[in-house]
Design a protein around this ligand. Structure first.
Ligand code: SAH
Length: 464
């Protein structure tokens, strides 16, 4: 190990920064966050840095560096573009046994700045020992996405009860087991879901030894339209911790693969005979699994609250007092439109957009056709393939022009995406001609024309 990682308490201590430019400013911001009193020496100091120094309670020395500037400082940072000067500062600091950092010159440093993930009080530092700082930053970016921003609050919760728990369990093994349960169970779940008060209530109950048998929890998660890259950080995190996954046809295998390897997987989509598991049965299954104490992931295509029956499922959970959380996903309209190069609204063409179910219950009667033909409005039909001839016929009959541009987007956002564009009158013919099948989204409106200029993503067999 070239450098030993240590965390330095700088609060109230003097730190010397040699240099008054952009790089000095960047380093100063960091040490200011750690509560240091900053002393800057440079012939010129840029205004933002001046302000920062003043706020830290430190002072500005407007002249060239002098070795006496080091007096009383616990850390020295050389951030000038004058290499010999940087080397001099390094040498002076080392002679006095004061830690020194020279920006971009690891050989001159006794201490180096890591890439930092700040979830205070939890802080993660990543270092490549100065050899590959870009790599360290990339790892940091991965950690940033992986560690929820609320993690600091979880550490804060633990801090508030630390001594109480220590008194309760003088034995370190017992204490460790207690905290492991806290950090991996419903208490952490609540805190990370932003429900701090509830997390605290559960922790107090656990400390008092009267924690009720905790039921599991259900995560109703939107898996987006297909491309796994479109998952949210939270979706991915919950996918990795769930014990059991209930999924249906719309969830792409590549997404399912991101779930915890040993999680039980239950398919609740259409079976061979083309009958979906009845909704009641799914609702009941969610309740039963959660009552067994499991963390249950209900994974749905797109967004769970847009034509996803997510509402019905959690109503049942709420009725049984089972904790749940809902994670939005990118709905098919957003995903398909983006990947087809069709902005859903546009100042010149569409001031509003409607998401409509094309699943017609009573033939023609159950959609507000006269509303749907209002001008400057984009229509997006979900589940519209079967009803498409009726939809087109009714829209034209109620006054939308037969020439209105329209698009069919099959398996949008995936490598199998296919896009066909034409006019409203053409759509049914296009479906037959190109053997378009589900899942397909239908977009109707002037904005479809923009695809000619804006198409950027093409799947395996994309066509205009
Ligand atoms: N909750 C989902 C929608 C479920 S309804 C969401 O928010 O996206 C199912 C319909 O969504 C399909 O019939 C199809 O019209 C549309 N759909 C979902 N994923 C799609 C995809 N990748 N490409 C095209 N259409 C899609």
């Amino acid at each position: 190990m070239e450098f030993l990682p240590l965390f330095h308490n700088l609060r109230g201590s003097q730190v010397l920064v040699v240099g008054g430019g952009e790089i000095a400013l960047r380093k100063s911001r960091l040490i200011a966050e750690a509560g240091a009193v900053i002393r800057v020496v440079a012939p010129e100091i840029e205004p933002q840095l001046r302000e920062l120094v003043e706020r830290s309670g430190g002072h500005l020395i407007l002249r060239g560096y002098n070795v006496s500037d080091l007096d009383g400082c616990v850390l020295i940072i050389a951030a000038t573009d004058d290499e010999p000067l940087n080397a001099q500062v390094s040498q002076d600091a080392k002679q006095r046994c004061v830690p020194v950092n020279v920006v971009d010159a690891p050989a001159l440093c006794s201490v180096i700045f890591p890439a930092i993930v700040d979830r205070s009080p939890l802080v993660i530092a990543v270092s490549s020992g100065g050899d590959a700082p870009v790599l360290a930053r990339l790892i940091r970016a991965k950690l940033e996405t992986w560690i929820p921003s609320t993690y600091g609050q979880l550490a804060g919760l633990a801090a508030r009860f630390r001594s109480q728990v220590k008194n309760l369990f003088p034995d370190v093994t017992q204490r460790r087991a207690f905290w492991e349960e806290v950090f991996q169970g419903p208490i952490a779940d609540r805190q990370l879901a932003g429900q701090g008060a509830e997390a605290e209530r559960l922790l107090i109950a656990k400390i008092a030894g009267d924690a009720p048998h905790a039921p599991g929890e259900v995560y109703l998660v939107g898996a987006g339209p297909g491309d796994p890259d479109l998952l949210t950080f939270r979706a991915l995190r919950l996918m990795q911790q769930a014990d059991v996954v209930l999924y249906d046809r719309l969830v792409a295998p590549a997404i399912l693969d991101l779930c915890r390897r040993d999680a039980e997987r239950i398919y609740v989509g259409k079976r061979r005979a083309d009958h979906a598991v009845p909704q009641d049965e799914i609702n009941k299954q969610l309740v039963d699994l959660a009552k067994q104490g499991k963390r249950v992931l209900r994974l749905k295509g797109g967004d769970p609250f847009i034509f996803g029956r997510g509402g019905e499922e959690i109503e049942e959970l709420a009725a049984h007092g089972i904790p749940f959380q809902v994670v939005p996903g990118i709905t098919a309209a957003s995903g398909c439109a983006a990947y087809a190069g069709i902005p859903l609204t546009h100042r010149d063409h569409a001031q509003s957009v409607r998401f409509i179910t094309g699943h017609l219950k009573n033939g023609t009667s159950d959609l507000p056709w006269s509303d749907l033909v209002a001008p400057a409005q984009t229509l997006v039909f979900y589940m519209g393939l079967i009803g498409l001839p009726i939809i087109c016929e009714q829209l034209i009959k109620h006054g939308r022009s037969a020439d209105t541009p329209a698009a069919l987007i099959q398996q949008g956002t995936t490598s199998s995406q296919r896009v066909f564009t034409g006019t409203l009158a053409d759509l049914p013919r296009m479906v037959a001609e190109h053997e378009v099948h589900a899942p397909t989204l239908v977009i109707v409106g002037e904005v479809v024309k923009l695809r000619e200029k804006l198409a950027w993503f093409e799947g395996a067999q994309a066509t205009v």
